[in-house]
Design a protein around this ligand. Structure first.
Ligand code: SF4
Length: 412
């Protein structure tokens, strides 16, 4: 698709950063902005939240690189949460964070009292699906709305035209839910992990059998096709091929899902979308999708890709023929430092590594092969293998940045 240069409003690339390492990874690989969970008040489990002191350090690092930071407070607060929120919100603002992502009207009112100058982004959990709803939230002081995933690009474009002074953000990549934007109790019922508090264990994607109570060992076969049944397992969203249409819809920001995902996921997905947005910018609106971006996106964990609701409602029920997670590669390590005298990098190992294994180093603009035949521990002793958490020295052909990820083929 081609667009006139004047038609293009390049969207901000917004990346999940569940911890300080992921924030640095997102910055290194090309994010314009990151969103983070805030301890105690986000809609994610504790493993995807940052303490206020980590957040303050992360905000200054990100700002030094020109990257904005948004804090997710998108829990639906209970009465008991309000006192915590009243205390945390001013401390959060003091970190220099650029905006707060909220969904609960009570929290919006409370923020108006304790931090009236805070910039508010409305979470997708608020399920905003039409222009009147956007105007309603605009009246409440909201600066940006993360629209519901269930909208088509046509509907998104209509909303952008109807309310041009509201910033709109949409999801462009990541896991999709079979319920309406995470409003689902299945995970809580199955193992007490609540999707509504951001801790979904995704039981909709498990494999189920239909059995008759007196013949438990003889399940009835519920067969959707020759492979198995995958009635509720949604594919993951991926719109990298359709960036011109996304840009033409008039969105200010495109967001990657996955604060619980690994640094490796953050590196690969950020880099692919950065390169795609830069290509859209550089070629005067003539966008040529590079299949390399698609191949890269298939190296990280996913369940097959779909365009979701972007083009048609009938995509609603698109499920995956690949019930199990597909992932061609896994992280091998992360660069802690580089020694220019010896052209060696100190690596923290992330998956068991054997000398001689094929390992790639992911740089922001290319991949380079790494010779792993001579591995050394951090005391310079020659080793033949290394386990997760170990620090090892590896020769690299040129200077590499701290925080760069290494990967290797995933075990079958
Ligand atoms: S169990 Fe499935 S449908 Fe329910 S919230 Fe989790 S991902 Fe969504």
């Amino acid at each position: 698709m081609s667009l006139k240069k004047t038609d293009i409003r390049l969207p901000e690339l917004l990346i999940p950063a569940g911890n300080p390492e992921k924030l640095r990874t997102a910055v290194l690989y090309g994010a314009n902005a990151v969103y983070v969970g805030v301890e105690g008040l986000s809609l994610r489990s504790a493993s995807a939240e940052m303490s206020l002191s980590d957040l303050a350090a992360g905000v200054s690092e990100a700002h030094a690189a020109g990257v904005r930071v948004y804090g997710a407070l998108n829990t639906f607060a209970r009465n008991a949460d309000l006192a915590v929120a009243r205390k945390i919100i001013p401390e959060l603002i003091a970190t220099g964070i650029d905006a707060l992502i909220v969904s609960d009207p009570g929290l919006i009112r409370l923020i108006g009292q304790v931090a009236p100058s805070a910039t508010l982004h409305l979470s997708t959990q608020a399920n905003t699906t039409n222009a009147e709803a956007v105007r309603f939230w605009q009246d409440q002081g909201v600066r940006r709305i993360i629209l519901a995933r269930e909208l088509t690009l046509k509907e998104i474009g209509e909303i952008a035209s109807a309310v041009p002074d509201m910033e709109l953000e949409i999801f462009i990549h990541g896991a999709m839910c079979m319920s309406y934007s995470g409003r689902c109790y299945l995970s809580y019922h199955r193992n007490r992990r609540s999707a509504n508090e951001g801790d979904c264990s995704q039981p909709c994607r498990w494999e189920y059998l239909l059995t008759e109570s007196t013949r438990l060992s003889d399940p009835l076969i519920l067969e959707e096709d020759e492979r198995f049944s995958y009635l509720l397992s949604s594919k993951d969203l991926c719109l990298v091929e359709y960036l011109p249409q996304v840009a033409a819809a008039g969105v200010a920001s495109v967001k990657i899902e996955g604060r619980m995902k690994s640094s490796y996921y953050v590196a690969v997905v950020t880099r692919a979308y950065r390169q795609a947005i830069d290509a859209l910018s550089a070629h005067q609106g003539e966008y040529c999708f590079d299949p390399h971006w698609g191949r890269e996106l298939k190296t990280v964990s996913h369940r097959g890709y779909t365009t979701g609701f972007a083009f048609a409602e009938e995509k609603t029920n698109e499920t995956s023929p690949d019930l199990k997670i597909i992932q061609t590669h896994e992280p091998a390590g992360i660069v802690l430092s580089f020694d220019s005298d010896q052209d060696r990098a100190l690596i923290e190992v992330r998956n068991h590594l054997v000398a001689g294994e094929h390992v790639e180093l992911l740089l922001p603009d290319e991949n380079i092969d790494v010779d792993t035949r001579r591995l050394h521990d951090e005391n310079d002793n020659r080793i033949s293998e290394a386990h997760p958490g170990a620090r090892i020295l590896i020769e690299v052909p040129r200077r590499v940045p701290q925080g760069a990820l290494l990967r290797k083929a995933a075990k079958k």
